[in-house]
Unconditional design. Structure first.
Length: 208
């Protein structure tokens, strides 16, 4: 049985970085980088095809990317995603999506570690992501919405500010981890996204 956990994340700085990069870098590339990076701390949630031997932290992360085109959804596989920066992930995601949209054969999903997808292009705030025929966890990004939220400033005072907010939804096999582990994984991903400039400042060169 698959379960679903969700968190809300502030992507204001990520959206600004996408605009400043001057290239086809979307928030999904940041989510993919944060999701892959978090694997080392939460490897119990991840396996390849239900193989118990894969419960150890994976040395190679094979990332599935679900995209939506006018003809429906397509799935691409980015092998060794742990070696890619955010800019590299963005280029690979864009390239694989164009290839899939052009009608190429479906990706070989054998050994997929994790998949990511975005419902933002469909306008959905969130959904329950799934990857047919694969038991790996799937992390979905919802629409990024600009709205007022309560924030705490450097002086510790609460104030209302306009922020770019979105939901992250993780669907996973409960046999690989419980709700607590899923929540901790999402918290790690969220923290990296909200502090990405501290975690990987070299990952997105200006004007990439």
């Amino acid at each position: 049985m698959r379960l679903t956990s969700a968190v809300e994340v502030d992507l204001t700085d990520v959206v600004k970085a996408c605009a400043a990069a001057g290239a086809e870098i979307s928030p999904l590339a940041f989510v993919a980088e944060a999701a892959v990076n978090a694997l080392a701390r939460h490897h119990d949630l991840f396996s390849s095809g239900g193989d118990e031997a894969s419960a150890a932290s994976p040395a190679a992360v094979h990332l599935g990317v679900v995209s939506y085109t006018g003809e429906g959804s397509t799935v691409s596989l980015l092998r060794d995603a742990q070696d890619l920066t955010i800019a590299g992930l963005a280029r690979r995601i864009a390239g694989e999506t164009r290839t899939a949209a052009a009608g190429s054969e479906g990706a070989d999903l054998s050994g997929v570690t994790l998949a990511v997808t975005s419902a933002a292009e469909l306008g959905a705030l969130f959904d329950t992501p799934a990857l047919p025929g694969v038991n790996a966890p799937v992390l979905g990004l919802g629409a990024v919405v600009r709205r007022p939220v309560v924030v705490v400033d450097a002086a510790g005072e609460e104030r209302i500010a306009l922020r770019s907010m979105a939901y992250l939804v993780l669907a996973y096999d409960h046999r690989r981890g419980d709700g607590g582990e899923a929540a901790r994984y999402l918290a790690t991903v969220k923290n990296r996204l909200q502090r990405w400039d501290e975690a990987a400042p070299e990952a997105v060169p200006q004007g990439a």
